[in-house]
Design a protein around this ligand. Structure first.
Ligand code: IPE
Ligand code: IPE
Ligand code: MG
Length: 244
C-alpha cells in the first residue's frame, strides 16, 4: 500500500459521519450508544486532521431531515454538544481547534444555542483546524436561503440581476469564507449525499467506505487520504501530458 504524502494533504475535507445506529445495533445496544461513541470518534478524527495539517474539516452531524427520527433520539443528538462542552470546556479552550456551527438555528432550544455561541466564541482565535459542525443543516435549505437573500438584495437595488454570478451564490452560503471542498467522505456503505454541501462539492473527490463511523479511525482516515492523493483532478481541463 502507498504511504501518505504529508506534502499533499487536502485543505478542506467533509465527512458524512454515518452508521452510528448500525454500530450500536451490532452490539445489541440502543442507538444513542452509537451516537456517544460517534461523538468521541469525531474528537479523535478532528485532532488527527489537525495534526496532519488539514485546514478545514466540515462534518454532517444532524440534517434538516433528521427531525423525522423519534423524539428520544433527536433530543439525545441535540443535547450532545451541550454534554460534550460541559465535560471538555477547558480542554477545548486550550486546544488549537476553531469550532464553527452551521445550519438553521431557529429550531434549536436556548441551551443549545447558548452553548454553540460560547463554543464559537472561546475558540474563535484558535489557529489550528476549523472544525465545522453542520447541525440542522440541509444543502437545499442553505441554497434556498441564499436565493431569498439575493432576491432581497435585487429588490432593494443593492444588486443588479446581470451582476449575479457563481460567486454571488457562493458568497451567500454558510461556507462563504471556506476554501473549496477537496474531499467528501461518507462512512457506513451508503452511496448517497443526503442533502449535504451540494453546491460546495462541484469538484470535490468522493470517497465511500463500508466502515461505520464509530470505527472510522486514524488508519481509515489515512486510507481515504492516500486514495485521494492518487486521484487525477482535472477540473474539466487536461493535464499537460494528456493533451497530445
Ligand atoms: C449518523 O448515524 C448520525 C446521524 C445521522 C445523526 P445514523 O444515526 O444515521 O446511523 P445509521 O445510519 O442508522 O446506522
Ligand atoms: C445523513 O445521514 C445525515 C448525517 C450524517 C447527519 P442519514 O443517516 O440521515 O442519511 P440517510 O437517511 O441514510 O440518507
Ligand atoms: Mg444513517
Amino acid at each position: 500500500m502507498k504511504e501518505l504524502n504529508l506534502n499533499a494533504i487536502p485543505n478542506h475535507i467533509a465527512i458524512i459521519l454515518d452508521g452510528n445506529g448500525r454500530w450500536a445495533k451490532k452490539r445489541l445496544q440502543p442507538r444513542n450508544i452509537g451516537h456517544r461513541k460517534g461523538a468521541y470518534n469525531l474528537r479523535d478524527i478532528a485532532s488527527e486532521c489537525n495534526k496532519l495539517g488539514i485546514k478545514y474539516l466540515t462534518v454532517y452531524c444532524f440534517s434538516t431531515e433528521n427531525w423525522k427520527r423519534p423524539d428520544e433520539e433527536v433530543n439525545y443528538l441535540m443535547n450532545t454538544p451541550i454534554r460534550y462542552f460541559k465535560k471538555y470546556k477547558s480542554k477545548i479552550a486550550q486546544s488549537s481547534i476553531r469550532v464553527k456551527v452551521i445550519g438553521r438555528r431557529d429550531r434549536f432550544h436556548k441551551e443549545l444555542l447558548d452553548t454553540i455561541i460560547e463554543l464559537e466564541e472561546i475558540t474563535k482565535d484558535h489557529q489550528g483546524i476549523t472544525l465545522t459542525l453542520c447541525v440542522d443543516y440541509g444543502s437545499q435549505d442553505e441554497i434556498t436561503t441564499a436565493v431569498k437573500q439575493i432576491c432581497s438584495d435585487v429588490s432593494k437595488g443593492k444588486l443588479k440581476i446581470e451582476d449575479i454570478n457563481e460567486a454571488t451564490i457562493t458568497n451567500n452560503l454558510f461556507t462563504k469564507d471556506y476554501p473549496p471542498l477537496d474531499l467528501m467522505i461518507r462512512t457506513s456503505g451508503e452511496y448517497r449525499i443526503s442533502n449535504y454541501l451540494l453546491w460546495q462539492m462541484a469538484y470535490s473527490e468522493l470517497y465511500f467506505t463500508d466502515v461505520l463511523w464509530p470505527d472510522f479511525n486514524a488508519n481509515e482516515l489515512h486510507k481515504a487520504l492516500i486514495d485521494f492523493q492518487g486521484r487525477n483532478r482535472r477540473f474539466g481541463g487536461l493535464k499537460k501530458d494528456e493533451s497530445k
